[in-house]
Design a binder for this molecule. Sequence first.
Ligand SMILES: Cc1cc2nc3c(=O)[nH]c(=O)nc-3n(C[C@H](O)[C@H](O)[C@H](O)COP(=O)(O)OP(=O)(O)OC[C@H]3O[C@@H](n4cnc5c(N)ncnc54)[C@H](O)[C@@H]3O)c2cc1C
Length: 858
Amino acid sequence: MAGAPDHLFNLRNNFYLGAYQAAINTSDLPNLSPDDAVERDSFVYRSYIALGSYQLVINEIDAAAATPLQAVKLLALYLSSPENKESTILSLKEWLADSTIANNVILRLIAGIIFMHEEDYNEALKHTNAGGTMELHALNVQIFLKMHRSDYAEKQLRIMQQTDEDHTLTQLATAWLNLAVGGSKIQEAYLIFQDFSEKYPMTGLILNGKADAKDPETLANLVVCSLHIGKSSSRYLSQLKLSHPDHVLVKRASSAEDNFERAVQEMHDSMAPYVTKFPREAFQNYRDLDIGSSPSNQTNFEEAKEYGLKYFKGNFLRLVKVKGMVDPDNLFKHEQSIPPPLLLSVSLAANSDPSLDNFLQCLPNNSLPSYPISEAIYTTSSPSFESVLLKYINNRRFLTPETPKPLAIVTALHESHVQATVVCAKSHGLQVRIRSGGHDYEGLSYVSEVPFVILDMFNLRSIDIDLSSETAWVQAGATLGEIYYNIANKSNVHAFPAGVCPTVGAGGHISGGGYGTMMRKYGLSVDNVIDAKIVDVNGNVLDRETMGEDLFWAIRGGGGASFGVILSWKIHLVRVPAKVTVFKVDRTLEEGATDIFYQWQQVSTELDKELFIRAMPQVANGSVEGTKTIRISFYGLFLGRSEALLSMMNKRFPKLGLQQSDCIEMRWIESTLFWFDLPNGTSIDVLLDRPRGAQVFFKSKSDYVNRIVPKEDLERIWKMMIKAEPMWMQWNPIGGRMSEIADTATPFPHRAGYLFKLQYSINWSEEGSEATDRYISLIREMHDSMAPYVTKFPREAFQNYRDLDIGSSPSNQTNFEEAKEYGLKYFKGNFLRLVKVKGMVDPDNFFKHEQSIPPRWI
Ligand SMILES: Cc1cc2nc3c(=O)[nH]c(=O)nc-3n(C[C@H](O)[C@H](O)[C@H](O)COP(=O)(O)OP(=O)(O)OC[C@H]3O[C@@H](n4cnc5c(N)ncnc54)[C@H](O)[C@@H]3O)c2cc1C
């Protein structure tokens, strides 16, 4: 009604000018009509959204709320969880198709905002173009400017001016257009922001606007203020000199500035020992361009990091993220402004490799702006490049100066970063090495002979457990220790069958099969995977249903890195008793170890599934000084109490002489520490420790045994081991559940009919290639001499115990004949099915490494 008081004027204005907290604070308005109350609430909730409080909005707006508020909730949902954005957009489209609400102005506005975010400007305009409110017109201006159609933006502005020339949005839209047009129009934009700053409390939006539209008097003021507070004014003066060389201040200051600046700088330098370091922090309100700046027509990320970390420390990255959300084209900028992540490309222009430059520039365009990928990228010029690279290298063999280094590392923070890395590496000819826990025995997750980037998954590590269905979704970057810990936190009687080392990553471990101490009861990790999410070669995120059973089969044991990037696994949790029993019994040759080991061979694969006994022979000092012997450690896990264990052992494996005093009852989670050789009583918190980088050099190899080794041959093996010291072996019994699962059920074929999985390993700490060659020769000789006792034609091997000695293809191609060498050893007949699946999902062989699956038979 004309002339009626507009109760919402201040609230709206605060919102338009970016004073979101003030908008919330002034929203307590009595006696509003129902419509005004809804409008008020929509501004309040939009303010919360602008402040990042999405969840509050989602929680407070319930299903009974009016359409405009439901629309605002959709915006909160869209911005808060990009992984659900498709379903949010689907709901939005359903609403827009409903003729009873499709014309609601707030719904149309939100539709415009969401589609503008999606960079689907035509779709956005479908809903906003008809106008209807000043906000819709203002949004049209923004959309047209994004489309670089300032002519259309101007037309919209004219409509706004005709409707209400003094409206805050009309003024703002005028300033946006002026800034976009540039030249002398910038001064006009400045005056608009100046006017706002005089009328209203200062907000980031006004400040940024003013700073962007710089004029000589602003610069002169900055010079004077800087001098006044004892800070350097050189940058403002040089700007003033360039733009207005005849300004009186330029003339007066030029003679004094050199001396003044030197004095200030010296004073500042001499204070260094007494103030904060790394970074030397600063207060943003005491602006100081000496601490770093970007040229004013661009905002270079690396330069901005210089001053950004000093002013804001870790908060700088969040500011970059917010900037990317609200001003992705960097309209509002100055020498120390916050760069949007998009401008990362500018900072990387210095990289010499053109394919890398193109790759880096491609990344932001293929990932969600709300998760700035810039925060995830490390190039060789990034200060943390080396520490990020080294943290997940597990073997010092791949830490030498000669080891090829990646051109960049993308430490994905969101699945869209994985998608972007795949799409951009593919389109710019770079190889990708995927790393989750970095435990690959041959370093294939972080080393390649051809130009490559590492896609590092360690940040994607969430673990989401649902006890009611006894399942969990675990992301690839989670470690086994984290999975075990999180399960135990929820339940004492659930577990997951996987490996012994807690820092191994779920991404590589599970896709390579994953065996552990519960294999005889529950099979391998892959036998307990019921779904997975993967990014395929086209950058699509697929789950079991959308990837199809062939690909789902292949990634459960065939090695994920040949087929795509595993984002997460849905695992089935298995049941364990509240108390389990563990033991470790050592016996030397003098104590009858050969007889014991011989009996162990006969019984260990036939015992109850609940019992797993690993035998670990290694060289030790003999009882006579200067002699060597073999000490065999028998490690056991029994999924039950010690009494039942002892009774079984006395009957079936009496030679070991297991005593009650050898047995320790504990929770299953504690048994994972026991198997990692941690002292009894160690806190389970150690399971959360992340890798600490490579501690030793090592080389490992594997074998499968399908017939019992006679005693006399055991004696021979011990002699060979003494020659190969410090090499050690682990013999792991199969049988139980493993024999019940068909050898074609997953790519892992070593099931029924197999007795033991062998691992050989040798560790050393001496630097240099001579030592490396020597130790590797020792383990190779030992492996060669074991040939009579292990599988033949092919001599099989375990994929998770990667060993390039058994065959490899050069890393920029995958030759079928070469691949057959290692492929048949790892997968037997399943190799051919893997080749077929590879041909279906990655026919151009983008995902490759020295032991990957080739896409065809040539
Ligand atoms: C100390 C130690 C103990 C071990 N104990 C066991 C054990 O008890 N049982 C067992 O089965 N194995 C064991 N392993 C072997 C281990 O399971 C494998 O090395 C496994 O591949 C490591 O996975 P990762 O993610 O840590 O390694 P990474 O080096 O990150 O990856 C290994 C391989 O998987 C690929 N990959 C990694 N992440 C992904 C992904 N997200 N998508 C697609 N491909 C990916 C890599 O490109 C690489 O080819 C052990 C290894 C070590 C070093």
